[in-house]
Design a protein around this ligand. Structure first.
Ligand code: MOS
Length: 751
């Protein structure tokens, strides 16, 4: 097929709708008769509701319903997503008087207007029987570390570490963080008899459909979940949050559509967050810089209700050629809502640890940090012994170093200055496992030459609408503007959930299958008794630039062939599953369960890689840290759209910078709650914090991962950035900061 569209930096199909306000998000949908909801939430983190007075709330004019644990429907419990379920947490508020975390919903008020609901929610009188609570893993009342994932043990890491010539053994900490998408959490639910329609910003419409059906005790086919646009997901919208279930139940009780827009402050408890970690990374090497041992132990935060383990050491163990590896993953229970996915949930914290430690080892060895990585490039996955489907990390480092001007770096800390401003240059590895999800997609070719694609997949700002159309455009020679793509509706064929960077690779697999089937059907019709090539063998025909071409040159347009078909339309479905996936898991995914494969497949391991370089400039008097320049070079198989891919990678690096220098959800230890629950006090990088961000994507051919050889890139860019910043700060100052965010006070000792 002629590749005219795939790979091109085409603008988003949904771009105009988004910038003109025509794109409708969850809160924009309001059926006639919609009532408005508001939450009343707990001010204590643990205990019980001792007294509850709803009379003041009910007296507010326009109030229709006040739901509390006293009158709430008994909902069926849902399983936590990490435990194979759909729910953000196994704990559902309003089922009892129990309080498990600060900000937990105590009541849901529904009224004729938003103003009445807000007013009434504030008038609910609640008295608590509070118990001591710990929201921080550093709190002595937090749980004891519990083993939470299978350790990786290769060789004898302890013995190799003890015997090695050069070693580094250090502890690193990362904080809790919240996603803060621009689009607030929201749900609108309406019932038509026994059938429920829910609008919710979602990274997983299929799982949400199944979860809501379970919780409410209705058949899944009676639930439709719609989420055409998501105003920022980042993992926060990947599972069913409690308020979505409560709103659906309230709408059923009331017999009216109900809409809830969760406030920014309430979002800090209504959903998940990135859990805090402490890590130990021990690295040992020979004098020549060959790694001998890696020990990586991570202790992460979870809630009291659910065991959320983020085994990021599964990727740190794969990164370099190390003969002796030991990992350990433990979790600490705290009194918070359950943590969950946030962009590269496993790798972002653990690569801060690993890649900081690699820099420390390079210093200990007196070796260039790029050369240390290159020297320890593994020829296969060290944990599985499998070959990589493709791996271009060394090429990324070489190209990145060249583009950044790394050869002009003088290694001595504090040796590079501009006037008295200290300059530091640091680098780190980025990676993300290539994970894939069984998917199906529907393709329709119409007699007027247009096409339609439908899949219950998602475009969370990543470009899915556009790349889906690009694939069909190339295959059938149909112009991009003649292709309609429909996503984010649970009634469409089951696609991947929008997590783990699986969407492009998985959806494209299903689409290629659908395209193949459609092509076969077109060729058969063309060669059939009523076709323009009647009597010609199908094998003599080929599809080329939107036309069927016969053996001696005559051509016929696809539209003309479709026009002869019974309904004047050709509709096919394509299904695809990653290598080695069992039929049972494929079926599980089709029914709306999680069935993700990778990074290891039966005959290969797969991941995307990158090298990131950061320049920091530090004012020696104020200690302010700026990062005017970042360069990231990545290789992620085939790039389906150079513009949207570039944006994903750049966005990831910007978030990585934000992660390194700004972001932390701060905990009031006494009240066991997040206190900077707003976007004024939760600092994220804004334009003025970001200088030049250069992104380059290397050509990389991968013939194993999926039909188009496309690896995921949504999460790749953020991994490694925070270590590159910390390494640059060390280079500028000689101070090793082993925590994020790196703040002015962390480099006060600077002479
Ligand atoms: Mo991503 S954190 O898996 O949505």
């Amino acid at each position: 097929m002629a590749t005219v569209a795939i790979g091109q930096p085409l603008s988003r199909k949904d771009g105009v709708a988004k910038v003109t306000g025509a794109a409708r998000y969850t809160a924009d949908f309001a059926a006639a008769g919609t009532a408005y909801a508001q939450l009343a939430t707990s001010t204590v983190a643990k205990g019980r509701v001792a007294e509850l007075d709803t009379s003041g709330a009910k007296a507010v004019p326009g109030v229709l319903l006040v739901l509390t644990h006293r009158n709430m429907d008994r909902l069926q419990p849902l399983k936590f997503i990490f435990a194979g379920g759909e729910a953000q947490s196994s704990f559902m508020p309003l089922m009892s008087d129990e309080i498990r975390y600060a900000g937990q919903a105590i009541a849901l008020v529904v009224a004729e207007t938003q103003e009445a609901a807000d007013d009434a929610a504030r008038r609910i009188g609640i008295a608590y029987r509070a118990e001591p609570a710990a929201a921080s893993i550093h709190d002595q009342d937090a749980g004891a570390p519990a083993d939470a994932a299978e350790a990786i043990e290769i060789g004898d890491a302890e013995a190799a570490f003890a015997a090695a010539e050069v070693k580094v053994d250090a502890g690193y900490t990362t904080p809790a963080q919240h996603h803060n998408p621009i689009e607030l959490y929201a749900t609108t639910a309406s019932w038509q008899g026994d059938k429920l329609t829910v609008y919710v910003p979602s990274q997983w419409v299929k799982g949400t459909q199944v979860g809501l059906a379970k919780a409410l005790g209705v058949p899944p086919d009676d639930v439709q979940v719609i989420s055409p646009y998501v105003g920022g997901g980042f993992g926060s919208k990947a599972s069913v949050m409690p308020h979505t279930v409560l709103v659906a139940a309230a709408a059923r009780r009331l017999g009216r559509p109900v809409k809830l827009l969760v406030s920014r402050e309430d979002m800090y408890a209504a959903g998940s967050f990135r859990p805090a970690t402490t890590q130990r990374v021990a690295l040992a090497a020979s004098r020549g810089g060959s790694l001998q041992a890696l020990i990586h132990e991570q202790n992460g935060q979870t809630s009291r209700m659910d065991q959320a383990c983020f085994p990021g050491t599964e990727m740190t163990a794969r990164m370099y050629a190390v003969p002796n590896i030991r990992t350990r993953e433990t979790v600490i229970a705290t009194d918070v809502n359950t943590p969950g996915f946030m962009r590269a949930p496993f790798e972002t914290p653990t690569f801060f640890g690993l890649e900081s430690a690699m820099d420390e080892l390079a210093v200990a060895l007196g070796m260039d940090p790029v050369e240390l990585r290159v020297k320890n490039e593994p020829d296969k996955d060290p944990t599985k012994g499998l070959p990589w489907s493709s791996r271009s990390l060394v090429q990324c480092y070489r190209r990145g170093a060249e583009r950044f001007g790394w050869s002009r770096r003088t290694p001595e800390p504090g040796s590079m200055r501009d006037g008295d401003v200290l300059i530091g240059w640091g680098c780190a590895t980025a990676t993300y496992p290539t994970q894939l999800f069984p998917s199906s997609a529907r393709l329709r070719l119409a007699a007027n030459g247009s096409a339609w694609v439908g899949c219950a997949a998602h475009d969370i700002g990543t470009g899915t609408y556009t790349i889906a159309a690009q694939i069909v455009a190339d295959r059938f020679g149909i112009p991009m503007d003649q292709i309609t793509v429909e996503l984010g509706d649970s009634r469409l064929p089951t696609g991947p959930f929008a997590g783990g960077s699986v969407t492009a690779g998985s959806l494209s697999g299903a689409l290629v299958e659908a395209c193949n089937t459609a092509r076969d059907r077109l060729l058969q019709a063309a060669a059939g008794p009523d076709g323009p090539f009647a009597g010609v063998a199908v094998s003599q025909l080929r599809l080329e630039d939107g036309e069927i071409v016969g053996p001696d040159g005559p051509r016929e347009s696809l539209a003309a062939i479709v026009n002869r078909m019974p309904a004047g339309v050709l509709e096919v479905e394509g299904a695809w599953a990653p290598a080695g996936m069992t039929a049972e898991n494929v079926e599980r995914a089709r029914r709306g369960g999680v069935a993700m494969a990778g990074p290891s497949y039966p005959t290969f391991s797969a991941a995307a890689f990158g090298a990131e370089f950061v320049e920091v400039r530090i004012n020696p008097r104020t200690r302010t840290i700026r990062a005017p320049r970042m360069v990231g070079v990545f290789a992620a198989g085939r790039i389906l759209n150079a513009k949207t891919a570039h944006s994903q990678l750049m966005g990831g690096m910007v978030w990585g910078l934000s992660n390194a220098l700004l972001e932390e959800s701060e905990i009031d230890r006494k009240r066991a709650r997040f206190v900077n629950a707003n976007i004024a006090e939760y600092h994220v990088a804004v334009n003025a914090d970001v200088g030049s961000v250069e992104v380059e994507m290397l050509d990389e051919k991968d013939e194993l991962v999926n039909p188009l050889g496309a690896k995921g890139i949504g999460e790749l860019g953020i991994v490694g950035t925070s270590a590159a910043v910390a390494n640059a700060v060390y280079h500028a100052t000689g101070i090793r900061v082993r925590k994020t965010p790196i703040l002015i006070e962390d480099i006060l000792p600077l002479a």
